[in-house]
Design a protein around this ligand. Structure first.
Ligand SMILES: [Zn+2]
Ligand SMILES: [Zn+2]
Length: 381
């Protein structure tokens, strides 16, 4: 079929363009007007892009076929006297190095009418997931907590059962596709005619035409509703972990299941505690006299203050472990530990008498020094 537009102009190339130039011009133009690019555009933009896309494909079909191109160049019509469909007989072999057409062709059309979801526009499709971020305190993650979240999701319209037709019945079978939702059209290629399947433009793949629109949803088949959900966050949840509520997300299409609600947990840092795995780490400052003498010290745990018996002569940096006071393992009756590190503080703001005590202590220490200090002194000789 001859068209009422110039194929060269359509692809933005000169009349003498090489095969490669034609191919690359076609790639660019087809990409620009590909239906996928306009999936969220307005209806009129979509329609215009669709038309451009068809024209570009047609122009390329002709110009990439040496026979048709010659006919077009000579007669301004690819169906000129020299053209007969399939007359080259030799198939692909007849054109030697020219093999790009089929590649591009199938690439472009794979998402337009093949494999992609448009082909199954009237098949059940699962709804999208809804992702919600929930921030909890460190202590909330330790004990577990319940949080209320609000989500806005599409729900199948109850008044029309998701059909978009008044009462769920005010539609008729699409005449153009006979209810199939797809139409086939002939595509001329250098190998002869190929039957291509595409979404029916009249019913957009639904297979039916609404005769009376549902007022509640305006024919969309779904409404957007706000919903409050109670999220149960288990004890032991960690930063970045997710909780999934199946089937609570966006409604599916054509009777497909709902998507999920996925709650992503962010845990606020704690000023004292650090979490590693299921263990809790923190530092305990103590005086150097306490560290030397030993005795009871109080340490904070998430479940309350506990007394710890410190041995004598504890060095700074020593780590102590309190079993089973860490985070709970989710779905297990198991707990991590607390590991606290003693940090010996050098005394400050000394009074005169305290200073004297320390001076006495220092001079009395003499050779009464630990292994490390003795070794260090060796370097001073
Ligand atoms: Zn149809
Ligand atoms: Zn409705």
């Amino acid at each position: 079929m001859a068209a009422n537009y110039d194929y060269y102009q359509m692809l933005g190339i000169q009349k003498g363009a090489s095969e490669d130039e034609i191919k690359s011009a076609y790639r660019q133009k087809a990409k620009k007007f590909h239906p996928d690019v306009f999936s969220t555009a307005s209806d009129s933009e979509k329609k215009n892009a669709e038309e451009q896309f068809k024209k570009i494909n047609h122009a390329y079909q002709i110009l990439s076929d040496p026979q048709k191109r010659a006919a077009y160049d000579q007669y301004g019509d690819e169906n000129g006297p020299s053209f007969r469909s399939g007359s080259n007989g030799g198939g692909a072999g007849g054109f030697g190095g020219f093999g790009g057409f089929d590649d591009i062709f199938s690439n472009i059309f794979s998402s337009f009418s093949g494999g992609g979801r448009q082909r199954n526009a009237f098949a059940p499709r699962r709804g999208d997931d809804i992702t919600v971020n929930v921030v909890v305190d460190f202590m909330e993650s330790y004990f577990g907590v319940e949080k209320e979240i609000k989500i806005t999701r599409s729900e199948n319209c109850k008044d029309c059962n998701g059909t978009g037709a008044k009462g769920g019945t005010a539609f008729s079978t699409c005449k153009r596709c006979g209810g199939k939702g797809t139409v086939t059209f002939k595509q001329n290629t250098m190998f002869g005619q190929i039957m291509q399947e595409a979404v029916c433009p009249d019913c957009k793949g639904k297979g039916r035409i609404i005769t009376d629109t549902c007022k509640t949803c305006g024919g969309k088949g779904n409404t957007r509703n706000m919903r409050v959900m109670n999220v149960k966050i288990p004890a032991g949840i960690d930063n970045g972990q997710t909780i999934t509520y199946s089937n609570e997300g966006e409604s599916g299409d054509n009777g497909g299941p709902n998507g999920n609600v996925v709650v992503i947990i962010s845990v606020k840092p704690h000023p004292l505690y650090k979490r590693r795995g299921n263990d809790i780490y923190f530092e305990v400052p103590i005086s150097f006299s306490k560290a030397a003498l030993g005795g009871e010290i109080d340490i904070p745990t998430p479940t309350g203050k506990m007394t710890y018996k410190l041995p004598e002569e504890t060095q700074t940096g020593t780590v102590f472990r309190v079993k089973n006071k860490g985070f709970k393992y989710i779905n297990k009756e198991l707990y991590g530990d607390i590991l606290f590190t003693l940090i010996v503080q050098t005394p400050q703001k000394l009074s005169k008498s305290q200073r004297e005590i320390l001076e006495k202590l220092e001079s009395s220490m003499g050779n009464n020094q630990d292994e490390k200090a003795r070794k260090f002194k060796e370097y001073l000789k």
